[in-house]
Write a protein that binds this ligand. Structure first.
Ligand SMILES: NC(=O)c1ccc[n+]([C@@H]2O[C@H](COP(=O)([O-])OP(=O)(O)OC[C@H]3O[C@@H](n4cnc5c(N)ncnc54)[C@H](OP(=O)(O)O)[C@@H]3O)[C@@H](O)[C@H]2O)c1
Length: 290
């Protein structure tokens, strides 16, 4: 089994490589695995020739493609860069995958939805992105194509990279009162839980869109309270605010409702990820233990 991972130094990319490495180590019989994790410094997906050269060289069976320009607010100011990386970059990866017959797994986002729903979005709901980032990621889905595995996720937090769990822990030790919005709803998702499910789906060459998040939902206010509680701080130190009261205001419009029904897995009676509180407890323990 030969697997290539783009954006391998990212929050999710690093967990995908770690998950694959664990599986490869467990192989006793059969041919050895080859795991090629390429960080941006080694493969910029926006360069077509580089992508085709890297993929032709590795001859992967499966390509997992989490590489993306993920700075949602900066994307608003530079749509060309967002589409160059997230849309054209995915066209390049998909084209190279076709050339060597590799199965493609593309990672997408809750930001493809406008967030105006009041029930969890399933895989068959109509996307309507309200930000440049969301539009560029939706364009990436279309470039990945119908044969690909497309995993939409949300509110990802892991031990590597910047994320909201680390932000809350950092603030908890410096600031008396923390303010977090209580009008954006989503499902916090642990990068390592997500990586395992993505690898399962990708290696099984499962075509179609899959929503994959930890189960249950909260707001960023509820999330921050839980991080404080889990880290031994007083959750009452968190104050709820509204998105419109954020200062400075954010450039990109966030969906108010980002809850993804993992319907393709649920209706197929497949195992879902554990509740977000369980996942967050594991992450906070790991971050505190260093
Ligand atoms: N984080 C979330 O809450 C969330 C939610 C929904 C979906 N997603 C999706 O999940 C995937 C992984 O996100 P993440 O949280 O792991 O973000 P991340 O830590 O920013 O990882 C993305 C990686 O892609 C790399 N990258 C950027 N431009 C590139 C290019 N032109 N060529 C190759 N690599 C490039 C980045 O490298 P540099 O750091 O060097 O730029 C980074 O290592 C993304 O596709 C994202 O859209 C994330």
């Amino acid at each position: 089994m030969r697997v290539l991972v783009t954006g391998a130094a990212g929050q999710l990319g690093s967990e995908l490589v770690a998950d694959l490495a664990r599986r490869a180590t467990g192989v006793v019989h059969g041919p050895p695995w080859l795991i090629v994790g390429l960080p941006r410094a080694e493969l910029d997906v926006s360069f077509r020739d580089s992508v085709f050269t890297a993929v032709a060289g590795a001859e992967p069976d499966v390509i997992i493609h989490p590489a993306a320009w993920t700075n949602v607010d900066e994307c608003e100011g530079d749509a060309d860069r967002a589409f160059r990386v997230n849309a054209l970059g995915t066209r390049n990866v998909a084209g190279a995958a076709r050339l060597v017959g590799a199965h493609l797994c593309y990672i997408s986002t809750d930001y493809v939805f406008d967030g105006r729903s009041s029930r969890p979005y399933n895989e068959w709901d109509e996307p309507n992105p309200t930000s440049v980032y969301g539009r560029s990621k939706l364009a990436g889905e279309r470039e990945a194509g119908h044969e690909a595995t497309i995993v939409r996720t949300a509110w990802v937090c892991g031990r590597n990279g910047a994320n909201m769990a680390k932000t809350v822990l950092g603030l908890a030790s410096r600031v008396g009162t923390l303010s977090f919005v209580n009008d954006q709803h989503g499902s916090p998702t642990l990068a390592s839980d997500l990586a395992t499910k993505i690898v399962d789906l990708a290696l099984a060459r499962r075509s179609g869109i899959f929503h994959v998040t930890n189960q249950g939902s909260t707001t960023w206010y509820g999330f921050a309270r839980e991080v404080l509680r889990l880290s031994g701080h007083d959750p009452e130190r968190v104050r709820p605010i509204l998105t419109k009261d954020l200062y400075p205001p954010r450039a990109a419009l966030r969906p108010k409702w980002s809850v993804l029904d993992n319907a393709a897995l649920r209706l197929g009676r497949e195992e879902l990820l554990p509740p977000w509180q369980d996942a967050l407890a594991r992450l906070v323990a790991e971050l505190i233990d260093g």
